[in-house]
Design a protein around this ligand. Structure first.
Ligand code: FAD
Length: 433
């Protein structure tokens, strides 16, 4: 959508083929409905905290059908907005599944369209491992349309989607287990984040289980029995696999025209998002680079600039900030401690771990964690990591400083906003050993 609109604004004649709903994964079964569910799940704690501030709220009741209906209404509104934006930009909308016939021809519903450039932005699809009983499990796609909330849920996976759904279910009152076959959540993130988020989620009441993975699911009359590869069995009503996604390139006709695919099915592209066929480009999840919406839209704008404004613009995947909307929230920008050591050798680490002011009137034990990773030689802050309320909102601001190459001394010279959680990012003085 972004590539279509921006290319049209640069004067290109653009058509877009879509076989489902406008807005793609993010709007329909990703970021947006997920964040709405996450807001819903956080309310339970807010009601509890409110009591320490003198409010009496009675026994809060949660009604899943109301959330579902309101969410669906908002998503339908967004679908319409997106479609209107495309039309307003002068983009021709073609409804149906597209396949590539040759380097300059796309076919939709039996009709062929000739074009100078073809852009593949078909996204990705969740994968459920081929275990016995997999048909009884769901992926994140179905989790957005459950008719009824289960009493118990098992979420499988250690990535951000797994953590987010485990937190959502738990917050909405479902007895939730998060099962991950590794030993640390959030592979690829700073190790402290993976370890501490597991602790925080456990404190809140999510049953976090490391080690085995479901090897079989047996359906009983009103429950599912999950048999783990390392022995135990677990009864539950819902199993959600969030164990990975696969680029959507099957049966698109790409290999036939010479577009190289990686072993995982991703379109192989260069720094300008060009595939191995000159006239075919690919952006977003289908390239399996950094699978986030703002990255996909940035790739779209860089590509439009390259093709239609005469400004060759390579992708810039450095210092992409990201958040995990688990409970508590987590956000990060730049390098983990491990990656920074690999790249720079000598680094300085600053950490803080504290109980936020808002919770001091309550019995809640949740603590905020913040960490800065600094290249010792240049004193540039090369990584900023946080677990705590509004982490995404806070790290978005910090990301500007990291992207701009700010030094630790510049962080220190910045006056804090008091009293906030965010001010700790500019008041960390003691190096961690
Ligand atoms: C549960 C979940 C939560 C997420 N949360 C976040 C988040 O909080 N923040 C974030 O930044 N990212 C998040 N993401 C990731 C984000 O949704 C993706 O990175 C983003 O949607 C990728 O955009 P895209 O344009 O590459 O693909 P998509 O959004 O998947 O769009 C691809 C489109 O192509 C269409 N299509 C596919 N094949 C064809 C065909 N042959 N013909 C015609 N149309 C076709 C599809 O119907 C779809 O509309 C989340 C993802 C999931 C699954």
């Amino acid at each position: 959508m972004r590539a279509s609109r921006v290319s049209a604004a640069y004067g290109a004649k653009v058509a877009i083929a879509e076989d489902h709903l406008f807005g793609g994964t993010c709007v329909n079964v990703g970021c947006i409905p997920k964040k709405l569910f996450s807001y819903a799940a956080h309310w339970r704690e807010e009601f509890e905290i409110a009591q320490a501030y003198g409010w009496s709220t009675g026994e809060p009741q949660f009604h899943w059908p109301t959330l579902l209906a309101n969410k669906d209404k908002e998503i339908a509104r967004l679908n319409a907005v997106y479609e209107r934006l495309l039309s307003a930009a002068g983009v021709e909308i073609i409804r149906g599944r597209a396949t590539v016939v040759d380097p300059h021809t796309v076919e939709v519903n039996g009709r062929r369209y000739r074009t100078r450039h073809i852009l593949i932005a078909t996204g990705s699809w969740p994968v459920i491992p081929p275990i016995d009983g997999r048909e009884h499990a769901i992926s994140s796609n179905e989790a957005f349309h459950l008719q009824k909330l289960p009493e118990r849920a098992l979420v499988v996976g250690g990535g951000y989607i797994a953590l987010e759904f485990a937190s959502i279910f738990h917050g909405l009152g479902v007895k939730t287990t998060l099962s991950y076959r590794g030993q640390r959540l959030l592979r690829g993130f700073d190790a402290d984040l993976g370890e501490r988020i597991a602790e925080e989620m456990t404190h809140k009441g999510v049953n976090v289980h490391f080690g085995g993975e479901p090897g079989k699911i047996i359906k009983h009359a009103d429950s599912l029995e999950v048999c783990y590869t390392d022995g135990p069995h677990q009864a539950t009503e819902l199993v959600l696999f969030a164990t990975g996604r696969k680029p959507n390139t099957a049966k698109l006709g790409l290999e036939r025209v010479g577009v190289q695919l990686a072993p995982d099915g991703a379109v192989v592209v260069d720094r300008y998002s060009r595939s191995t066929v000159e006239s075919i480009h690919a952006i977003g999840d289908v390239t399996n680079r950094i699978n986030l919406t703002p990255v996909a839209t940035a790739e779209a704008m860089w590509l439009a600039r390259t093709l239609f404004r005469g400004e060759p613009t390579p992708v810039d995947h450095e210092n992409v900030p990201t958040a995990v909307f688990a409970n508590p929230h987590l956000a990060t920008v730049g390098l983990s401690e491990e990656k920074a050591r690999e790249r720079y050798g000598a680094i300085d680490i600053y950490k803080t771990y504290f109980r936020p002011l808002k919770l001091t009137l309550t019995e809640k034990k949740e603590r905020v964690f913040m960490k800065l990773v600094v290249d010792q030689k240049t004193q540039r802050v090369v990584g900023a990591h946080m677990i705590g309320p509004d982490a995404g909102e806070i790290v978005q601001g910090i990301a500007i400083a990291v992207k701009a190459g700010a030094t630790k001394a510049q962080f220190d010279a910045t006056i804090g906003i008091h009293p906030t959680i965010a001010e700790e990012f500019v008041t960390m003085r003691e190096k961690a050993l």
